[in-house]
Design a protein around this ligand. Structure first.
Ligand code: GNR
Ligand code: NI
Length: 172
């Protein structure tokens, strides 16, 4: 397993629409392993493949609490097939927008259809942090970031800050 470098705002790769996974190959299994290792190392509770520079519809999630009882989950081609009218607010962060947190309102519950690593179709009814995380990750597959759900004023401010940081890093 390999820890992969994270794609950081304002990298335009984050705006790509990722392609469906057509079948489970060794390459897909390796990518899922590398993403889990990268996610645990960060640490984060979720990761979309585009965050390691691969534009395919693969998401890893672990919303378990303790480090010694990991519950790694892999979602291929996840789609929201139902979402609740009820909304919840969560303070969200993103490994591609380090150290920035803001409240986002989303449906409290979702039903997600996806394929597992056997390429078998599955459905999960999610609420709480899993519902939020699945929606955050599925957004990534469509080139959408959590800052797209906050005010334009706040979004413009954080995008400018990260653009400036990238420029400074480039100059050294
Ligand atoms: O680690 C993460 N934490 C988090 C907290 C609240 C809502 C969503 C997330 S996902 C984030 C990791 C990440 O950037 N996934 O794309
Ligand atoms: Ni994210």
């Amino acid at each position: 397993m390999t820890i992969k470098p994270l794609v950081i705002l304002p990298d335009s790769q984050l705006r790509l629409v990722s392609a469906p996974v057509a079948s489970v190959t060794d390459e897909i299994r390796r990518l899922a392993d590398d993403m889990l290792e990268t996610m645990y190392e960060a640490p984060g509770i979720g990761l979309a493949a585009i965050q390691v520079g691969v534009p395919v519809r693969l998401v890893t999630i672990d919303v378990s609490r303790e480090e010694d009882a990991r519950v790694p989950q892999v979602f291929l081609n996840p789609e929201i097939v139902w979402s609740s009218e009820e909304r919840s607010k969560y303070e969200e962060g993103c490994l591609s927008i380090p150290d920035y947190y803001e409240e986002v309102e989303r449906p409290s519950k979702v039903k997600v259809r996806y394929r597992d690593l056997a390429f078998a179709e599955q459905e999960v009814d999610a609420d709480g942090i899993l519902a939020t995380c699945l929606q955050h990750e599925i957004d990534h597959l469509n080139g959408v970031l959590f800052i797209d759900h906050i005010s334009k004023l706040k979004r413009d401010r954080v995008v400018r800050k990260f653009a400036k940081l990238a420029k400074e890093k480039e100059r050294g």
